[in-house]
Design a protein around this ligand. Structure first.
Ligand code: IPE
Ligand code: IPE
Ligand code: MG
Length: 233
């Protein structure tokens, strides 16, 4: 097993897990929280430096209102309940995404947990909430355009590093591995800039059933990949 430095996960299949078990979709999201705790703890203990979890996309705002409300209720509960898990594992919490559509109580709890864990120097965990890859690039381009308009940046100075620095969490390295559960072979607007050379690993299992064993399996597969970055090996 090779432990990647940076991991990103599209946590998909909560609804299907619930359907298969004869439950309401929300039961899948509830069980998904347990899988989040397991993955965060295990990644931190294995020495992963950065973990980005896709929890709610910009496009997920188009879901039925009651599902959105329940998802954010679970998120708020997670933000309070798992503070001990984050502290015990020396995890620093970050947020990737747009804050504008998040409710005040969500941003408050998020900021409290971010503040509480700010001095932890183990793994960085970024929760992608109200996140879209295209929207992140739009926001980054606006940031850079404003700097150019203000005379602080010349257009010629916009290079890959400048774009990286304008992303939501520039301190995070690009993912070495992108894991997706529940079998779909698509990116769903996640980290479009950052995954240019990530190893993609799709597992058929639904997110609530993704545990330590599946994480280790992903890291073993990662260890077998030959990363070439366009070169001849
Ligand atoms: C992933 O599970 C969680 C979120 C997108 C919030 P889904 O809710 O997408 O589950 P499926 O894809 O319908 O099974
Ligand atoms: C991606 O899953 C978003 C999250 C896991 C938060 P979706 O279920 O929203 O993606 P699609 O609709 O299947 O592409
Ligand atoms: Mg889905």
């Amino acid at each position: 097993m090779v432990v990647p430095r940076s991991v990103a996960v599209i946590m998909d299949g909560n609804g299907r897990w619930a359907n298969n078990a004869g439950f309401e979709r929300i039961r899948g999201h509830e069980r998904g929280i347990d899988a989040v705790r397991t993955t965060v703890t295990e990644c931190a203990q294995l020495g992963v430096k950065a973990l980005v979890l896709y929890a709610f996309s910009e496009e997920n705002w188009a879901r039925p209102k009651h599902e959105i409300n329940l998802l954010f209720k679970l998120l708020k509960r997670f933000l309070v309940k798992e503070r001990g898990t984050l502290m015990d594992n020396n995890v620093r919490l970050l947020h990737s995404g747009r804050r504008a559509r998040l409710s005040k109580d969500v941003t408050k709890l998020l900021d409290e947990s971010i503040g509480l864990t700010a001095n932890n120097d183990g793994m960085c965990l970024s929760l992608a909430i109200s996140y879209g890859g295209r929207q992140e690039l739009v926001d980054a381009m606006q940031t850079l355009a404003r700097e150019v308009a203000a005379g602080k940046l010349s257009a010629d100075a916009i290079d890959e590093q400048a774009i990286h620095n304008a992303l939501y969490q520039p301190s995070l390295p690009d993912p070495d591995i992108l894991i997706r559960t529940a079998g779909e072979m698509r990116i769903s607007n996640f980290l479009l800039w950052q995954v240019s050379y990530s190893e993609i690993y799709v597992h058929d299992i639904c997110w609530p059933d993704f545990g330590k064993e599946q994480l280790h399996e992903a890291f073993r597969e990662y260890g077998r990949r030959v990363r070439k970055f366009g070169k001849v090996t």
